[in-house]
Design a protein around this ligand. Structure first.
Ligand code: GLA
Length: 426
């Protein structure tokens, strides 16, 4: 299936199938509209006037294709039914300083200190990396990228954030904030940026401003996801295809098991993997691991690098196989690929952790069709593809498994493929 808004095919992946770009997402449902209306009311309480609008951007689950994006490979994530929402109003005042046209004021309903609201702010003219602490760095990163564009002037604005994407669970809560800010400013300033351009810019915000050397998968899923579909993305060309993922219709559930183990992509493990891949590509004489043929002898590489490369090559193949199964409507059939992906991430790429392995193993033993860590790893969440009739059994088994080894309990919930980012209609 391709998007109803599809344009000309722009790339042909190894599977020989055309990829096409997606268009803007469908309007959101009644629940999101009610949530947006509450956020707009809260905005009026906080800032003393109504916002110009409310925009939402979902978190993501990656079905398969892990640590392939920065190797210009393939990924198959989906936007989830949990999102960041921002109410925004452009500053119309002409003065400078606090309350003036040149200042961005931020507030979030997420306040870990229990104060009810966390506030931040920065001068719109050039927030420097490191100058805006905490979650404020995400909107600031977007502003920093936009102000660097020719012909774009960003005025000050007020923003109120509310998010249902759990923070630190590896479901891209930070990218959701960046994407929500990006689509809001694109709309309000009439920039007319297309979705791949917004994905590249939010990636720059994350890489250059926030300082996390991440790839382009998470932003793309948040911008280009669609209800009922996974997003098959070629991370080199940014060509996409929406692949049907009718989990509920097939009597299945995608369970997220948030291990509550903290992860951070600004930390060394992620960057080290990326650097190893770049060195290996150079040693193999190619621009990126995308260009390494499957049959290449990796014997010239050191043992660890060879395992890292093997993960990337096999993972790209698993993505293409998964896409082929989903195109045929075989949703249950992807289970084995998910489990194989986890084994490769655990053994060859070494980005899993005991809690993720426990979540995956207990889910599989209790009847999941497949399970794997999702996202960057070193903590965060696992996903399990589970027949609806076995959902309780799997949940119970995972909770018991965690209880047996320590006091920390995972958070377990289901997700559905949802629409990508956009303005919430009033
Ligand atoms: C994080 C990054 C992504 C991607 C994944 C691993 O989620 O933000 O760009 O690299 O890790 O697949």
């Amino acid at each position: 299936m391709t998007s109803r808004h599809s344009r000309e095919p722009t790339a042909t992946p190894a599977g020989g199938q055309d990829l096409v770009r997606t268009g803007p997402p469908e309007p959101v449902g009644a629940q999101d509209r009610a949530r947006a209306a509450r956020l707009a009311e809260r905005f009026a309480e906080v800032y003393g006037h109504v916002p110009d609008g409310v925009w939402r951007a979902p978190g993501r689950v990656n079905l398969i294709g892990e640590h392939t994006d920065y190797n210009e490979g393939f990924v198959l994530p989906f936007a989830i039914d949990r999102s960041a929402m921002v109410a925004v109003r452009l500053r119309r005042d002409t003065g400078t300083g606090v309350g003036g046209r040149d200042v961005v004021e931020l507030a979030s309903t997420y306040a870990p200190d229990g104060s009810g609201l966390s506030r931040a702010g920065f001068p719109v003219a050039g927030p420097a990396p490191g100058s805006v602490p905490g979650w404020g760095a995400y909107p600031a990163g977007v502003v920093s990228v936009l102000t660097g564009l020719d012909d774009v002037t960003v005025p000050g604005f007020e923003l109120l954030l509310d998010s249902t994407v759990p923070v630190g669970a590896g479901l891209s809560s930070s990218h959701a904030v960046e994407v929500a800010t990006m689509v809001a400013l694109d709309d309000l300033l009439g920039l007319g940026l297309d979705r791949p351009a917004m994905a590249r810019m939010t990636q720059r915000a994350e890489n250059e401003f926030v300082g996390a050397p991440t790839g382009i998968m998470d932003q793309s899923a948040s911008l280009m996801g669609r209800t009922g579909s996974a997003l098959f993305l070629d991370c080199r060309s940014l060509a996409t295809e929406l692949v049907p993922l009718p989990v509920a219709e097939h009597g299945l559930r995608v369970l997220v098991i948030d291990t509550k183990v903290a992860h951070s992509h600004a930390d060394g493990g992620y960057a080290a993997r990326r650097a190893t891949c770049e060195r290996a590509a150079a040693a193999l004489g190619v621009d990126s691991l995308r260009d390494v043929p499957a049959e290449t002898d990796l014997g010239a590489l050191d043992e660890e690098s060879a395992r890292r490369v093997r993960h990337v090559l096999t993972e790209n193949r698993r993505v293409l196989q998964c896409v082929q199964l989903l195109r045929k409507g075989d949703v249950a059939g992807v289970g084995d690929l998910l489990t194989a992906s986890h084994a490769s991430l655990r053994d060859d790429y070494e980005v899993s952790c005991p809690e993720l392995d426990l979540a995956v193993d207990t889910a599989l033993t209790a009847g999941a069709l497949g399970a794997r860590m999702t996202g960057g790893g070193f903590g965060g969440s696992a996903i399990a593809l589970v027949p609806a009739a076995r959902e309780e059994q799997v949940r119970d088994a995972v909770l018991r498994g965690f209880a047996d080894v320590g006091p920390a309990a995972p958070d377990i919930f289901t997700v559905l493929p949802a629409d990508g980012a956009g303005r919430v209609p009033e």
